[in-house]
Design a protein around this ligand. Sequence first.
Ligand code: G3I
Length: 370
Amino acid sequence: MKVSHVAPAVAPAVVMAVVLVAATLYAVLPSATGSPDHMQAPVRVDGPLRDLAGRHLLVGTAVDHAAFTADPVYRDRVGTEFSSVTAENVMKWEVVEPERGVRDYAAADELVAAAKRNGQRVRGHTLVWHSQVPAWLTDGVGSGEITPTELRGILRRHILDEVGHFRGKIYQWDVVNEVIDDEGNLRDTLWLRELGPGYIADAFRWAHQADPRAKLFLNDYNVEGLSPKSDAYHQLARDLLAQRVPVHGFGAQGHYGVQYGFHSTADVVANFRRFEDLGLETAVTEADVRMIMPTDTAKLQAQAQGYGVLLQGCLLSRRCTSFTVWGFTDKYSWVPGFFEGEGAANLLDESFAAKPAYREMQAVLALAGR
Ligand code: G3I
């Protein structure tokens, strides 16, 4: 996924807000000219991200179920570091209904139960996507055995059953994932081809029917800043809201690559603001910043900047209610398996040691909470 980054003109007020944050960040550094008694001690930022975030932001991570089960260091850090969790894979359709009519929520239930023990909220991910769809469904549609009418019923049953199963336990659902392509058109998927564009409104209505309290999100990558793709999502959100479809939030995944550069914080804020002006919440849902291996100091510093842009963009937005990283340790990351020669995308290294990106997150959260 190539990050498209644009640097559009932004409202002066936003620029001022960013300047203030940036100035604050540096105001805590000892000034060369300040005398010792006037030098403000550097902000001592330590401690878990969830504590530094306090009540003003839910800070989360995607959870790798296999690692959570097998690795006590990983499991412990999930509980101590984050106030929100997302199932990286075990709430996806291919996992929860591996055979038609056979539902398996065991792994997801384990994560939800652990979250409850850890005082964490849970993001649901994801109900309708073109990837990780169970084979019995894609095969059935491909062979013509499953007609469009039958497929709509299958989708309805899936959403009502899964959202109903977790009713009251999920605070934000990624109802539809990656439904618009990078040119700003509805993505050409099995869902669009078989059911037409109405499947999106249907999905939100069925999810709301199954759990009226859950906040229902659109979610995609390359929509962190202003772009044709995020423009298309803004129009989609307006159209859905005009039809009184229960859409409550817009999620920007935040998958960055050091080699592609990043949006400006002001660009993120300007983008999020227009969804919030529609009455929606916003969220960063899958932040990570990969790089071409091997790592080096410059790449790690740039990575920290990438996380900082997304976190500051969220913190400077009026209704950005959660910030989730897509995994937190390089020991377990989806990136190397998907981008040959790339990796080191997370906040902690393979030994769970803090990288500059983790320190950046601590500092930004600490300053925001002052
Ligand atoms: O569980 C099976 C295992 O039984 C089997 O032995 C193994 C080898 O075939 O595959 C395992 O399933 C893998 C699954 O991750 C669990 O590890 C799938 O092959 C693999 O494709 C799947 O990758 C996931 C990917 O979505 C699928 O597109 C990544 O872990 C996950 O991090 C990634 O997450 C997505 C978000 O859901 C949406 N946004 C983009 C993000 C990154 O692609």
